[in-house]
Design a protein around this ligand. Structure first.
Ligand SMILES: CC(=O)SCCNC(=O)CCNC(=O)[C@H](O)C(C)(C)COP(=O)(O)OP(=O)(O)OC[C@H]1O[C@@H](n2cnc3c(N)ncnc32)[C@H](O)[C@@H]1OP(=O)(O)O
Ligand SMILES: CC(=O)C(=O)O
Length: 575
């Protein structure tokens, strides 16, 4: 029977604000609208989409969102700061821009570390409390749901509780008698915000230097202080950065200590080393605690959770930042197994080497075959490729030994499942012969630019590559010439030119990645090189490997194997 769930933790996504603070991430307004729709479908509670008034694109986003964004359960959040020192919140341009954005929720960042207040803001702790109080009051009077990000809360508590530091009593309004305290300064900022009507206060580990134990202790202090002041309705959130590699751990520790809103970014985007990865947080909370994060009943939540890997890839694509394969839960390698002993246990029961069933987050298990493989690895990889080995120990042993021998010579099958498939099929004697190569040749020529008599040394020399390929396919002999901007490119053209007459399917093949690795660099230009290539037909992508003492020879091997694998994957019969 399903365990009874505790109340909900709100997932607060800041990919479009703090995530956009990552180097090289720059969303267009259209990107932001698309990301917001995806996050809404996933089921996050809040989407913090930018800082209107400070960033023109974000002002435009909130304006367009009014007509172009039809969100379901998610609430759109405009982010900004409290009013400036010495300026009434009503007169502050930034606060006005937040109101004008018409976002139903506004989050304001407030300085909560006394050191920052005096040195960065260059004002007094009391004036900062006034800025927080007035800003929240003005936003509440405009009917907004208001949250306050307590910048540098955890570092601030260390500074504020050092010997000799003052404590603060907090009044509900200017001049009224204290309603709470005395408390250390960061807690006073939180109480001020809550007394002014903030719905949530969110301690931030802005510099990302905190450890989970300290975060739990400080969040508990904050929760207790709010409760003692009768502010039980005010939610405590958590906003962490990954500078110590602990952003997710700190956020989970905060939840244990009373936080009921978790902030983070898809794929851990964010300033410097990034924010807590919201997808990791959602998966951990949904799968490993009694907390519910996504909306709906158990079945609906399971369905939403199963979209997590797609959300990661799609938003990574929109941001033009391919997600790391090693991302927890959603990465392409999150359930990839390389060690032979792991594979032998997995063959009996996948749970033996996996913390969850990958399908629950929309991911899949993959087997990697390499020098570390055993027969079980080969059998499972074959199954993954749709090839039934029948568990034949002789075949499995032969292929395992071949993989180990070829890896010792420089091949890398864990990165080239296409080449592994050919090795396996060849051992089973079911590798179709699509074409037979008689010979190939590639050459490169450098020549001066028109009007010059010698090669330039400034990179403006013209280089031209040419290749010829002679092969048999479909009972015919082809001799083709290819030109290109390098010898491999020319060979690719010559090969395709010959094959396309018999196999028009290869017109869809496109080389998407080409990596060269020198395997014994100490031998200089006599080194052995490994070439790995990725080819796609628009629907599937496959990888092949070539090894040789010459980069062109290695490339040719990877290239020809790549075309054979493509024809196999398309189910083409030899002609
Ligand atoms: C921890 C975080 O990640 S918070 C989010 C940070 N995000 C961003 O900074 C992205 C958007 N930022 C911007 O577009 C610009 O930095 C702006 C518009 C906010 C500010 O730019 P400018 O107006 O040119 O100000 P400038 O860079 O000179 O200084 C920042 C001012 O904000 C004030 N300020 C900083 N934090 C706060 C705060 N929490 N509350 C009120 N004022 C603040 C500073 O004291 C300084 O005031 P001053 O002009 O009186 O000296
Ligand atoms: C508000 C915020 O992004 C931070 O303090 O890290």
């Amino acid at each position: 029977m399903a365990k009874a769930r505790q109340a909900r933790i709100a997932a607060y996504d800041t990919t479009l604000r703090d995530g956009a603070q990552q180097q090289s991430v720059a969303f267009t307004v259209a990107d932001k609208l698309a990301v917001a729709r995806i996050l809404d479908q996933l089921g996050v509670a809040y989407i913090e989409a930018g800082w209107p008034g400070a960033i023109p694109k974000d002002t435009e986003f909130f304006s367009r969102a009014r007509t172009e964004l039809d969100l379901g359960a998610a609430r759109l959040v405009a982010f900004g700061s409290t009013c400036r020192a010495g300026v009434a919140a009503r007169d502050d341009e930034q606060v006005r821009a937040l109101i004008d954005s018409q976002a139903p929720v506004v989050t304001v960042v407030a300085k909560s570390d006394p050191v920052h207040v005096t040195s960065a803001l260059r004002t007094t702790p009391e004036e900062n409390l006034r800025m927080v109080r007035e800003t929240v009051e003005v936003l509440r009077a405009e009917g907004r749901e208001v949250m306050v990000d307590l910048e540098h809360f955890f570092d601030g508590l260390r500074h504020a509780t050092a010997p000799g530091q003052p404590t603060y009593a907090v009044a509900r309004s200017a001049g009224s008698s204290p309603a709470a305290g005395p408390v250390p300064y960061p807690v006073a900022v939180a109480l001020t915000a809550a007394l002014a009507g903030a719905h949530a206060v969110v301690p931030c580990d802005t510099n990302g230097g905190s450890l989970p134990g300290a975060v739990a202790r400080d969040v508990e202090l904050l929760r207790t202080s709010l409760d003692l002041a009768g502010l039980t309705e005010c939610t405590v959130g958590i906003h962490t950065h990954d500078d110590s590699g602990l952003a997710v751990a700190c956020a989970l520790a905060a939840v244990e200590a009373g936080a009921r809103q978790v902030q983070g970014c898809v794929n851990g985007f964010g300033e410097r080393t990034g924010n807590a990865n919201l997808l990791t947080l959602v998966a951990n909370l949904e799968l490993k605690t009694d907390w519910a994060v996504l909306p709906g009943d158990e079945e609906e939540r399971a369905h939403r959770l199963a979209t997590l890997s797609t959300v990661s890839r799609t938003i990574g694509e929109i941001a033009n930042r391919a997600p790391s394969g090693r991302l927890p839960y959603v990465g392409a390698k999150a359930f990839a197994h390389k060690a032979g002993l792991h594979a032998s246990a997995i063959r009996v029961n996948p749970d033996l080497y996996q913390h969850i069933d990958p399908a629950r987050v929309g991911n899949t298990m993959t087997m990697l075959v390499s020098e570390m493989a055993g027969r079980a690895s080969v059998e499972l990889k074959a199954r993954e490729l749709g090839i039934d080995t029948g568990g034949d120990p002789e075949l499995l042993g032969r292929v395992t030994e071949a993989v180990k021998a070829r890896e010792a010579a420089g091949y890398a099958y864990d990165a080239a499942d296409g080449s592994f498939e050919l090795l396996l099929r060849s051992a089973r004697q079911d590798l179709p012969e699509y074409f037979r190569v008689e010979s190939w040749r590639a050459s490169i020529q450098a020549r001066p630019r028109p009007g010059q008599t010698a090669l330039a040394t400034d990179g403006t020399t013209i280089t031209e590559a040419e290749a010829t390929v002679r092969l048999w396919a479909g009972g015919e002999r082809f001799a083709t010439l290819g030109e290109g901007n390098g010898p491999v490119n020319a060979l690719d053209h010559a090969l395709c030119e010959a094959l396309v007459h018999v196999y028009p399917e290869i017109d869809d093949f496109e080389l998407t990645d080409y990596k060269v690795r020198i395997l014994d660099a100490e031998r200089g230009t006599r080194s052995i090189v490994r070439v790995l290539i990725d080819i796609t037909d628009g629907e599937q992508t496959w990888s092949t490997v070539g090894v040789g003492t010459d980069v062109i020879e290695a490339s040719w091997e990877a290239l020809t194997e790549g075309h054979v694998v493509g024809l196999l994957r398309r189910g083409v019969e030899p002609r």
